[in-house]
Design a protein around this ligand. Structure first.
Ligand code: BGC
Length: 289
């Protein structure tokens, strides 16, 4: 045995075997839960995971009809999908959702912690209810869903034919985990919280071969921010904040999520993947400073 081998005893896991399936179907055989998957970024991510071969539970709270459409689209692409209504900020409903996931799909390999909302107000006019609702859904909801996912990942462990990881969590954050946002203090606080929650979970569960990361989107064309892109004037104003000079499309985030969840990203753990056309490059400094 060489010195190097003696100094670095073999890890308790087999070495990584990359998926042999075609790049488009990198999630074949994996079971994914996407929260808030009936519209916007969640919808695009659910469809992208389905197109990559995953079976998908499409979580929604309000529009069953929209959720069914997402299920139909995933099925049309050749993957399995089911819709499930649950409020991610309610512990009982989260436990019931995971019980259904187990019943219908047997286990979970990928959690996309996506459900989130905004309740904007000038700081001194923000009500406690607005503060609490945003923290409850955006932060506590992600905690509850991540905890149940980790419990199942630890119980089941690595199944090498499915993935070289025991499970993957992707928290949907925002550029506002980095960029302070006047008028949106509750939202920025929730995303700042998501950032260190994600990293702390990642640090704790990495030895179990569980990967926990975030995606931090910039301005993406979704119902959450229609006011920022719907009129030509608003779009032009928005572009002063985006060096790449186009709004993000939900599919930009879908592709990033499918890759980050796949074994192609197996050595990536505890990061926020910023997908923002350069919004976090401080564009105001491009011509001054
Ligand atoms: C917010 C959007 C906003 C974007 C960039 C997102 O996290 O939900 O409303 O347009 O950040 O500021």
């Amino acid at each position: 045995m060489s010195n190097q081998q003696q100094n670095h005893p073999a890890a308790p896991y087999p070495s990584v075997v990359m998926p042999q399936c075609p790049a488009q179907r990198v999630l074949t055989g994996q079971k994914a839960l996407v929260t808030g998957a009936n519209s916007g970024i969640g919808k695009a991510v659910a469809i992208a995971l389905g197109n990559a071969g995953a079976s998908v539970m499409v979580n929604y709270l309000r529009s069953e009809e929209q959720a069914r459409e997402v299920v139909d689209q995933i099925e049309a692409g050749g993957s399995r999908a089911i819709a499930h209504r649950a409020d991610v900020s309610d512990e009982t409903q989260v436990l019931a959702m995971y019980a259904r996931m187990k019943e219908e799909m047997g286990t979970i390999d990928i959690l996309i912690n996506n459900a989130g909302l905004q309740q904007d107000a000038p700081f001194d006019e923000m009500t406690l209810a607005q503060w609490q609702q945003v923290i409850q859904v955006n932060l506590t909801g992600q905690f509850l869903c991540a905890r149940e996912a980790v419990r199942e990942f630890k119980r089941r462990g690595v199944v090498p034919e499915v993935s070289c990881s025991a499970g993957k969590i992707i928290c949907m954050s925002s550029v506002h985990e980095i960029i302070p946002w006047a008028g949106h203090v509750n939202y920025a606080a929730s995303k700042g919280g998501v950032m260190l929650m994600m990293k702390s979970i990642a640090q704790e569960v990495a030895p179990h071969r569980i990967r926990v990361n975030s995606i931090a989107p910039g301005a993406v064309r979704t119902p959450i921010n229609t006011a920022a892109w719907q009129t030509p004037e608003a779009y032009e104003r928005l572009m002063t904040l985006v060096p790449y000079k186009r709004i993000g499309e939900p599919e930009d985030i879908g592709r990033a999520a499918a890759w980050l969840a796949s074994d192609h990203a197996d050595y990536i753990n505890g990061i926020s993947l910023v997908v923002d056309g350069g919004m976090t490059l401080y564009p105001g400094f491009a011509t001054g400073g």
